[in-house]
Design a protein around this ligand. Structure first.
Ligand SMILES: O=C(O)c1[nH]c(=O)[nH]c(=O)c1Cl
Length: 312
């Protein structure tokens, strides 16, 4: 059975990869991903320059999953662009993802000009949904700003690009964001980012769990799977077929992977659980998904992608 998948004209040997931000900040992290059975990797969202991020403690693993207000700590675009260019030279047939998250339109455009003018020919994941930069709302919730950004980007950027979206919780918002995205030659959308600005309380000490933003942070893991599946399904139903949907949110097993594909996902990103398990998760989840497909009589992902049935 094959877990292979294709986005645009790029072929991936398996549909499992990491989610941006998890174990992908250093070249040591990224080389571990290269040496794993992940079908691709995505780098930690980059800003133009090195960024220390929010004060610690800024991340907690909780029973329901993960909770973070990292604040975009990263080594700067040059570091990640250098890494992917070196990797591309070594493995020209592999397609990977470079994530960027400028804190202004100017920063995003400057980074994209630098990437456009470089020899990089992989995918860019433009992060419109970081919930943890104090004073900066998640751009994906501002439909006009999103349209303005994509208009400026596609004025010059010609390489394959997708956007990382925040979770939406209203059918009208699915309609509105899809109406904006369908105006642009996007290669993919990645949905969902963490569920923003939750609050974890320490009952014993009567204190918040993390330091930044008075304790508010993004939720990931098992508790967000229903929201993730809804966003994968709703966007798959609304976006032009030329825009692939990459599903992320609550994937811990082959079953979760199967459900994301059934809702329309072409590629799957694993964040929280990858943080727990490390790269062996790509073997475990692939094995479990393969077993499920064998049980159900599916030979490839195309046999069941997007085929979730409603009750008539
Ligand atoms: O605080 C972060 O670095 C962060 N944390 C998230 O949960 N999603 C993001 O997109 C980012 Cl950029």
């Amino acid at each position: 059975l094959t877990l292979a998948t294709t986005i645009a004209d790029r072929h991936f040997k398996t549909c499992l990869m990491n989610a941006a931000g998890v174990r992908c900040q250093s070249d040591r992290d990224l080389n571990a991903l290269i040496n794993s059975n992940a079908g691709a990797y995505v780098t930690k969202s980059a800003t133009p320059a090195y960024r220390a991020g929010n004060p610690e403690p800024r991340m907690k693993m909780i029973p329901q999953g993960s909770f973070n207000s990292m604040g975009l700590p990263n080594n700067g675009l040059d570091y990640y662009l250098d890494f992917v260019l070196k990797d591309q030279a070594k493995r020209p047939d592999a397609t990977n993802f470079l994530s960027i998250a400028g804190t202004s339109l100017a920063d995003n455009l400057a980074m994209l000009h630098q990437i456009q003018d470089s020899a990089y020919n992989g995918f860019v994941e433009l992060n419109l949904s970081c919930p943890n930069v104090p004073g900066h709302p998640q751009q994906g919730y501002d439909f006009d700003a999103t349209k303005e950004t994509l208009t400026a980007v596609f004025d010059f950027y010609t390489k394959p690009l997708g956007v990382k979206l925040p979770p939406y919780f209203d059918l009208a918002h699915f309609d509105q964001i899809a109406a904006v995205l369908n105006q642009f030659p996007l290669t993919f959308v990645t949905t969902i980012n963490s569920v923003g600005n939750g609050l974890i309380v320490n009952y014993e000490t009567e204190t918040v769990a993390i330091k930044p933003k008075g304790g508010f942070g993004g939720l990931g893991g098992a508790s967000v799977k229903p929201t993730a599946l809804a966003n994968v399904r709703a966007l798959s139903q609304r976006l032009n077929p030329s825009i692939a949907v990459i599903g992320v949110g609550g994937i811990m097993s082959g079953r979760d992977a199967f459900e994301h594909i059934l809702c329309g996902a072409s590629m799957l990103q694993i964040g929280t659980q990858f943080g727990y398990e490390g790269t062996k998760i790509f073997d475990r989840v692939a094995h479990e998904l393969d077993d499920i497909m064998a049980l159900k009589g599916y030979a490839s992902l195309d046999d069941f992608r997007g085929k979730l049935k409603t009750i008539n």
